[in-house]
Design a protein around this ligand. Structure first.
Ligand SMILES: [Zn+2]
Length: 299
C-alpha cells in the first residue's frame, strides 16, 4: 500500500516536471505563432537584446524564481506570465498523470495532456491577441478526432476493437459538429438582437475542437459553463467601472463581450473542468434528467 502511494506521488511529480517543460514551450508558441515565426528555430533568445539564453538559465519555473523575473543578459524584465503558464500547465499534467496511475490506464493521461496543451496555449494567445490561431483550433479538432479513434475509453467506450474505435470517432465527429454549430447559431442570433459581434469565428472553431475531445454533451456544457464563468468575472468588473467617477462616459475603455474581453479563455477553462472529471457528473445528470429526450436523439 505504501509502495503504491509512493509510486502515485512519484508519477505525479514526473507529470509536474514534464508539464513545466511543455509549459515553457507554450510560452515560446504564444510569443512566436501570432508573429508568424518558427517555434523550433532559432533557439530561445532574449526578446530585448536578442542574446541567446543558455540552457541553465532556461529551466522552467526555477530560472524565473532564481532570477526573480530579471533577464541575466540585460535589463529586460521577464513577465510573470511566463512563470504562471509553466506552473498551470505543470499542475494540469500532474493531475492527468495522477489520474492515469490511479485508473491504471494511460488513455486519459495522454489525451488529457494534449488537450490541456492546446487549451492553455489558446488561453494565452487569445488573451494577448484576441485571436485563436487555426493551427490550435482546427489542428486541435483534427487531433481530437485521431485521439478519439486511438483511445475509445476517452468517450467512455470499453472495447478497443475496430467497432469501438469507429463508435468513438463518430462520437467525436458529432461533438465537433454539434459544438461548433450550436455556438455559431448563438452568435448569429446575438448579432441580430444586439447588432454587434460578440463571438468570433475563432470561438466557433474552438468549440469544434472541444466537441471533438469531449463529445456533444461536453461541448454544450462548455458553452453554458464558459458563459457562467465569464459572467461571474465580468459583471463585478462592469459594475465597478460604472461606479468609477466618469466611468460610464469613457465608453471605449469599458469591458464588454467579444471586443475587449475574449470569450475563448472562458470556454477553454470550462472544457478543461469538464474533461478533467466533471464529465461523469454531467453524463449521470443528463441520463437521469433527460433520459426520455436522449432516447429520441438516440445517444
Ligand atoms: Zn537581454
Amino acid at each position: 500500500m505504501n509502495e503504491y502511494l509512493e509510486h502515485v506521488n512519484m508519477m505525479t511529480l514526473v507529470g509536474f516536471l514534464f508539464g513545466a517543460i511543455v509549459g515553457s514551450f507554450i510560452n515560446v508558441c504564444a510569443f512566436r505563432i501570432p508573429r508568424n515565426k518558427s517555434v523550433v528555430f532559432p533557439p530561445s533568445s532574449c526578446p530585448k537584446c536578442k542574446q541567446r539564453i543558455t540552457w541553465y538559465r532556461n529551466i522552467p519555473l526555477f530560472s524565473w524564481l532564481l532570477q526573480r523575473g530579471h533577464a541575466a543578459c540585460c535589463s529586460f524584465k521577464i513577465p510573470v506570465r511566463y512563470f504562471w503558464v509553466e506552473f498551470i500547465n505543470a499542475l494540469a499534467f500532474a493531475y492527468f498523470f495522477r489520474l492515469s496511475v490511479i485508473s491504471s490506464s494511460w488513455d486519459i493521461g495522454i489525451v488529457g495532456c494534449f488537450f490541456s496543451f492546446i487549451l492553455i496555449s489558446i488561453i494565452i494567445i487569445d488573451l494577448e491577441t484576441m485571436t485563436i490561431p487555426d493551427r490550435f483550433s482546427m489542428g486541435g479538432a483534427i487531433l481530437g478526432l485521431i485521439l478519439s479513434f486511438a483511445f475509445p475509453s476517452v468517450h467512455q467506450l470499453d472495447g478497443v476493437d475496430i467497432f469501438s474505435r469507429l463508435h468513438s470517432l463518430f462520437t467525436s465527429v458529432l461533438g465537433l459538429l454539434i459544438g461548433s454549430s450550436f455556438l455559431y447559431w448563438i452568435g448569429a442570433f446575438a448579432y441580430r438582437i444586439f447588432d454587434r459581434d460578440a463571438l468570433g469565428e475563432g470561438d466557433v472553431k474552438l468549440l469544434g475542437c472541444i466537441g471533438a475531445f469531449c463529445g456533444w454533451k461536453g461541448a454544450i456544457f462548455t458553452i453554458f459553463g464558459g458563459a457562467m464563468v465569464g459572467c461571474a468575472l465580468l459583471i463585478p468588473l462592469m459594475i465597478f467601472q460604472k461606479m468609477k467617477p466618469g466611468g460610464a462616459e469613457t465608453h471605449d475603455h469599458s469591458v464588454s463581450w467579444g471586443k475587449e474581453v475574449p470569450f475563448g479563455p472562458f470556454l477553454a477553462v470550462a472544457a478543461l473542468v469538464f474533461f478533467g472529471g466533471m464529465n461523469e457528473f454531467v453524463d449521470k445528470w443528463l441520463s437521469v434528467k433527460l433520459a426520455p429526450l436522449l432516447n429520441v436523439i438516440g445517444s
